[in-house]
Design a protein around this ligand. Structure first.
Ligand SMILES: [Zn+2]
Length: 124
């Protein structure tokens, strides 16, 4: 399995539903336990949040009841989020490989074109 890139994990969290705190459209993956407080960047610690809730929360701790509810929701969401993040990851890797392939084809063309133009290469 490929390591999930952080941006794909965050995208999967944002896609998983509305803002956990207010129900508005989610734009951010909120760290329930802030990174500065030792919260990890893993599905079990991430919850979808709108920009307003995420920014107003910042790294201040939320009340314990909300924190527990968010943790439970993140735990329930985690398997689906990891699956979506893995899918996004695989898609990105495939795109990069395809772009690398095109770069290689351009490079080969660049190298061989002068020879081909002079009729020194046939069939390449
Ligand atoms: Zn919100």
């Amino acid at each position: 399995m490929l390591a999930i890139e952080k941006q794909n994990l965050h995208r999967a969290v944002v896609l998983s539903g509305p803002c956990f705190y207010c129900g508005a459209k989610a734009k951010h993956a909120d760290h329930i336990d802030a990174k500065v407080n030792g919260g990890g960047c893993k599905a079990e610690n991430l919850i979808p949040a709108c920009a307003s809730c995420n920014c107003s929360k910042n790294s201040r701790p939320i009340d314990e009841q909300t924190r527990k509810a968010a943790k439970i929701q993140a735990f329930i969401n985690a398997p689906d989020i990891v699956e979506v993040a893995e899918y996004l990851n695989a898609k990105h890797v495939a795109k990069r490989k395809s772009e690398a392939g095109k770069d290689m084809a351009r490079l080969i063309d660049f190298i061989y074109k002068p020879l081909r133009d002079r009729g020194l290469l046939v069939g390449i």
